[in-house]
Design a binder for this molecule. Structure first.
Ligand code: MTE
Ligand code: MO
Length: 328
């Protein structure tokens, strides 16, 4: 599978992580008697098989989905990235740092039922949603979006979900709510990667309230017409197509409305490299590589990266007057 072969222009996980966190990881691996710094997290003695037997597969009652038709703003005539690629190449460090680890390990380990999402903080109606109620909170729609990872690869995904704005309406944010924080699962039994201090777990992301309410921002519940595969952040994730992929927090368990700007996990890990906004911007280089181009999975030539990942018409006004080089 040519897609899975590393192309020279791709960025190594060791390059994307700060040296400090990698040093800590080496210590951990040494403490575990695993020696070689290069040992993949996936080597941490997973109880994979034993657990797999008890995993619930999420149920097959996935509600009907309104397809994105040509002419709809959510349609794209770009070639969809095949489902087999979307599910076998990605980042989900809770399962290891290799792009193929999530696809190998998450399906056997992540238990998506029962699952609840607590919505709390600066809201008049805090509420905990069981995942099957969340699936019925609003009609499910297909949205064909580009996803652009900060590392320089991209894909086109037919997501299923509904606008996060629908959920926001239900809980009625107070006037104090300025930001939204997304907290994801960090269970060392289901997610062996969180036994490592590689990142500060749980993986946390945040949006400004107006970004969270933007019609492009999706609560992702599926792809290719079906429930989200475990490796893509089942049973519920964020999808923010004009921002680098790391904003799209996977396997969310808590959504908090807050007054102050939250600190995202990657910002905490390497503040000079990953900012709060993380809007896709070819004019603002990552300190260690250019962001001017990207490799669409399945293609061999790099293509230019577009401002706001091609969604500038819809979202540029959110940042009017802001210095996007400072607010990277
Ligand atoms: N919980 C969690 N969410 C995460 C990540 C992660 O490591 N953990 N990686 C992020 C990154 S860097 C990217 S590019 C996208 C990848 O999503 P995909 O695998 O569905 O393409 O998930 C994001 N969400
Ligand atoms: Mo990413």
């Amino acid at each position: 599978m040519s897609i899975l072969i590393r192309r020279p222009a791709d960025v190594l996980p060791s390059e994307i992580t700060s040296p400090a966190t990698f040093a800590r990881r080496r210590e951990l691996l040494a403490a575990l008697g695993l020696g070689a710094a290069g040992a993949a997290l996936s080597g941490l003695g997973l109880p994979g098989r034993a657990l797999a037997a008890s995993v619930e597969r999420g149920g097959n009652g996935f509600p009907p989905v309104a397809k994105a038709a040509p002419g709809s703003p959510w349609f794209s005539d770009e070639a969809l990235t095949p489902k087999s690629t979307i599910t076998s190449y990605g980042n989900f460090y809770e399962y290891g740092v290799d792009k193929t680890d999530p696809g190998k390990y998450a399906p056997g380990l992540l238990k998506t039922r029962p699952w609840t999402v607590a919505v709390e903080g600066e809201v008049l109606k805090p509420r905990t949603f069981a995942i099957d109620d969340l699936l019925k909170l609003a009609p499910l729609e297909e949205r064909i979006y580009r996803l652009r990872c900060v590392e320089g690869w991209s894909m086109v995904v037919p997501w299923v979900g509904f606008p996060l704005a629908e959920l926001i309406k239900k809980v009625e944010p107070t006037g104090n709510a300025k930001f939204v924080e997304f907290v994801t699962l960090a269970d060392p039994v289901q997610m062996p990667g969180v036994r490592s201090p590689l990142l500060d777990w749980p993986y946390v992301e945040g949006l400004r309230l107006d970004e969270a309410r933007h019609p492009l921002t999706l609560l992702g519940l599926g792809l290719y017409g079906e429930a989200l595969p475990a490796q893509n952040g089942a049973p519920v994730r964020l999808v923010v197509p004009w921002k680098y992929g790391f904003k799209s927090a996977k396997s969310i368990v808590k959504i908090r409305f807050v007054r102050e700007q939250p600190t995202s996990t990657w910002t905490r890990a390497a503040p000079s490299e990953y900012g709060f906004y993380s809007n896709v911007n070819p004019e603002v280089a990552h300190p260690r590589w250019s962001q001017k181009s990207e490799r669409r999975l399945g293609e061999f030539r790099r293509r230019p990266t577009l401002p706001f990942n091609g969604y500038a018409d819809q979202v540029a006004s959110l940042y009017a007057g802001m210095d996007l080089k400072k607010n990277f």
